[in-house]
Design a protein around this ligand. Structure first.
Ligand code: ARG
Length: 466
């Protein structure tokens, strides 16, 4: 049996000297693209079966090739496969091993195919599978957020604008704002998957092939929904990678915003939540510290994912049709994005349901900072004062309260009447936190009744994917 390492590079024929050792290592991708092995073998198996179906290879040859490929899959999974830099990439490593195992029939596998359409196919197959994993992780997180919201429909916290206390909201409502972002993320992921699931195979190097191939047959075997309609585009297109990283960028931007809130809320200044110890770490110098490392790290991961998006956009912008070696640089940013986004989704999916709300702290923070001032203005408007005048009256009342170091509900009716004679005893119930949130009882509003409805709708939405 020939040793794989003795096999010449498949393209050696045209060359008069061996590749420079440094150049060999510099141009090789096997160290990172070997993670595509399963999809490379699946693509090759389908390609061989199609060649058989179309009478380009004999049935026996196809069976021999498929058995050989299965063998190689086993070797790789048993960690018995020797990857060689000399053979450049995952594709040539596997093809060379096939010839080592089954002899000359192995050399027929590449009929009507090029590494250009092969690699594009492998990456699509691989990414399609990872998208399905991401989908499950995201759904799990969404489920966690919704169930936490279901427990906190009546919990009152301050809502912020400019990080200043604005109006009271329910914590459940705040959590469902996160959920709303994630619904869009899920939708974008589905949309991305559609364009990933398109088969380039058959485009060969760039112009198609002279063999009577049947691309639909291969696509069917590989579960591709469509086939690429132009061979030049098929081998050079990396939009689908860019789309996936764009998806990941928007998602990590959301997770980073959420992280920022978690870090603030977990701090001694806010004390709105407790992150369980198992999601935090300590300080090697300050014994009292419990640091919210998980949200901080997720917030930090956004940097590399945005960077990966810029990498890919820059990688593509200067490329004339069709395939260029530049494209080899698509893999590491893609793999890095997948690994990190899965890690973030996993960490959040575990952590969010375990988060403990300090309801008393949230409530007393909501009671401070004149959070029901808008309610007072609305009260005056309902008594026929124009809104701008009402705003002015309340502004003055707030300035008065600041001076007296008290909150609006602590002011006497007499004090209120200095600012507007139409204020009556019934003002106190609009100044309560419950009165404030309950009054915002319309679709999309923060009232507990609406949050309960929104939780039900969210549960129904998620149930279709269970
Ligand atoms: N390792 C290469 C890549 O990742 C595979 C395709 C190589 N094709 C070529 N014509 N050199 O893009």
């Amino acid at each position: 049996m020939t040793n794989k390492n003795d096999i010449e590079k498949p393209w050696q024929g045209r060359f008069s000297e061996p590749t420079d050792k440094f150049v060999e290592a510099f141009t090789a991708s096997v160290t990172f693209d070997k993670r595509l092995y399963k999809h490379d073998i699946a693509g090759s198996t389908a390609h061989a079966r199609m060649l058989g179906e179309c009478g380009i290879l004999s049935k026996d040859e196809v069976e021999t090739i498929c058995r050989g490929l299965q063998n190689i899959l086993q070797q790789i999974e048993d960690d018995k496969f020797e990857w060689s830099i000399k053979l450049e990439d995952v594709h040539m490593n596997i093809e060379a091993q096939l010839t080592t195992l089954i002899g000359d029939t192995g050399k027929k596998l590449h009929t009507g195919r090029s590494r250009n359409d092969q690699v594009a196919t492998d990456v699509r197959l691989y990414l399609r599978e990872e998208i399905d994993t991401c989908k499950q992780l995201l759904l799990n997180l969404m489920h966690g957020v919704v169930e936490l919201a279901a427990n906190e429909t009546d919990t009152i916290m301050p809502g912020f604008t400019h990080l200043q206390t604005a109006q009271p909201v329910t914590f459940g409502h705040h959590l469902l704002a996160w959920y709303s972002m994630m619904v869009r993320d899920l939708d974008r992921l589905f949309d991305c998957r559609k364009r990933v699931n398109c088969m380039p195979l058959g485009a060969a190097a760039l112009a198609g092939t002279t063999y009577p191939i049947n691309r639909h047959f291969t696509a069917e075997l590989l579960g591709f929904e469509t086939i690429a309609t132009n061979s030049l585009d098929a081998v050079s297109d990396r939009d689908f990678v860019i789309e996936y990283i764009s998806w990941a960028s928007i998602l990590i931007m959301h997770l980073s915003r959420i992280s920022e809130e978690l870090v603030l809320w977990n701090s001694a200044r806010f004390k709105f939540i407790d992150l369980p110890d198992r999601f935090c770490t300590g300080s090697s110098i300050m014994p009292q510290k419990k640091n919210p490392d998980v949200p901080e790290l997720v917030r930090g991961k956004s940097g590399r994912i945005f960077g990966n998006l810029v990498s890919l956009l820059t990688l593509m912008k200067g490329q004339a049709l069709a395939y260029n070696k530049d494209n080899q640089e698509d893999k590491e940013p893609l793999f890095d994005t997948i690994d990190n986004i899965k890690g973030c989704l996993r960490a959040f999916g575990d952590m969010i349901p375990a988060l403990v709300a300090n309801r008393d702290e949230m409530r007393s923070a909501a009671a401070e900072g004149f959070s029901t001032a808008t309610d007072l203005a609305d009260y005056l408007v309902k008594k026929d004062l124009p809104f701008r005048d009402a705003h002015e009256v309340v502004g003055k009342a707030v300035a008065f309260a600041i001076n007296k170091h008290c909150d609006l509900p602590a002011m006497t009716l007499e004090q209120f009447k200095q600012f507007s004679p139409i204020i009556e005893d019934d003002v106190y119930k609009v100044l309560t936190l419950e009165g404030s949130v309950n009054a915002r009882n319309h679709a999309g509003g923060t009232a507990p009744e609406q949050v309960k409805l929104a939780v039900e709708q969210a549960r129904e939405y998620l149930a279709q994917y269970r």
